[in-house]
Design a binder for this molecule. Structure first.
Ligand SMILES: Nc1ncnc2c1ncn2[C@@H]1O[C@H](COP(=O)(O)OP(=O)(O)OP(=O)(O)O)[C@@H](O)[C@H]1O
Length: 275
């Protein structure tokens, strides 16, 4: 059974090299987790009081302002971060897709990188070898696949990384938006593959600032603010409260159709556990 359960979890970062010089004018920061100053070493409270229960079939959007804790929560849900306090239990094979470049080696060829990156995402060498032709086709990199990755432009690297990421079969897919460097024609092609990937995955949590993308991929949402969960519920409801107006009024017909399908899906709710 694919599931993620988190109880009363917090993630702190002690900052050992913080500068103590005060700013001339202190303005109340709107972004970021709380900075505790009780100790000698300042502590950034990136997440606090997180309680979550996610199950197979859920497609959860993660929204919130810069520094609200979305990326940190994704790292907690992937097991990369242990909670400083509280507990997290993750059942299922996790594919964390935060930084498309992670797991890539500039000194080896694109082909070898496909295998390495696949292993990093929980696939076996055999499974990746079967997918090489498909990834080569999608990335349109041709003979460059035989060249070391350091010879690629940024966009070429993203093409390769997206090709690999969208070819896997994850049980739990944790996506952080970060696919800006490709041209728009290629991004459209990637969106189709991403949608297919999401359909294949058991459980999705997707942090993004793009309403259109969230409407296409997600059915429910979590709104993060200052390291805590402010609201969770249906995608449209949470986004409307977060933005102060219904963001779906001006969506494309395709995104709206996808959203209507999600709303009629009985699995489109977020479970919550007792604390
Ligand atoms: N490695 C780290 N060391 C110290 N503080 C961190 C670290 N990672 C995150 N933080 C802090 O934790 C808080 C949450 O950051 P996080 O990256 O999770 O926000 P986010 O919601 O993903 O923001 P954005 O939308 O800007 O990507 C911020 O206050 C940030 O300064």
């Amino acid at each position: 059974m694919v599931s993620i359960d988190v109880w009363n979890a917090a993630v702190d970062f002690p900052i050992f090299d913080a500068k103590s010089r005060s700013l001339k004018k202190t303005v109340l920061g709107k972004t970021g987790g709380k900075i505790g100053t009780d100790n000698k070493v300042p502590i950034i409270e990136a997440l606090h009081d997180i309680n979550l229960s996610l199950r197979h079939g859920q497609r959860v959007a993660l929204v919130g302002h810069n520094g609200a804790g979305k990326s940190t929560l994704l790292r907690l849900l992937s097991g990369i971060y242990e909670p400083t306090r509280g507990h997290a239990r993750i059942e299922g094979k996790v594919a964390p897709v935060f930084d498309l470049g992670v797991g890539m080696d500039p000194e080896i060829s694109g082909l070898e990188n496909i295998i390495i990156r696949g292993l990093f995402l929980g696939m076996s060498r055999k499974q990746m070898e079967k997918r090489i032709d498909d990834i080569a086709d999608f990335s349109e990199l041709g003979r460059y696949l035989e060249m070391p990755l350091r010879t690629y432009s940024t966009g070429m690297r993203v093409r390769l990384a997206l090709g690999v990421v969208t070819s896997i079969d994850p049980e739990i897919l944790l996506l952080d938006e970060g696919i800006g460097a490709v041209d728009s024609e290629f991004l459209d092609k990637a969106k189709g593959r991403l949608t297919e990937l999401v359909k294949r995955s058991g459980l999705l949590v997707f942090a993004s600032h793009s309403d259109e993308f969230l409407a296409e991929l997600c059915d429910s949402a979590i709104w993060m603010e200052k390291g805590g969960i402010k609201e969770q519920g249906s995608l449209r409801e949470v986004l409307t409260h977060y933005k102060g107006k219904d963001p779906f009024e001006n969506l494309s017909p395709k995104a709206l159709e996808r959203m209507r399908q999600n709303e009629s899906d009985p699995t489109a709710t977020i479970g919550s556990n007792e604390t």
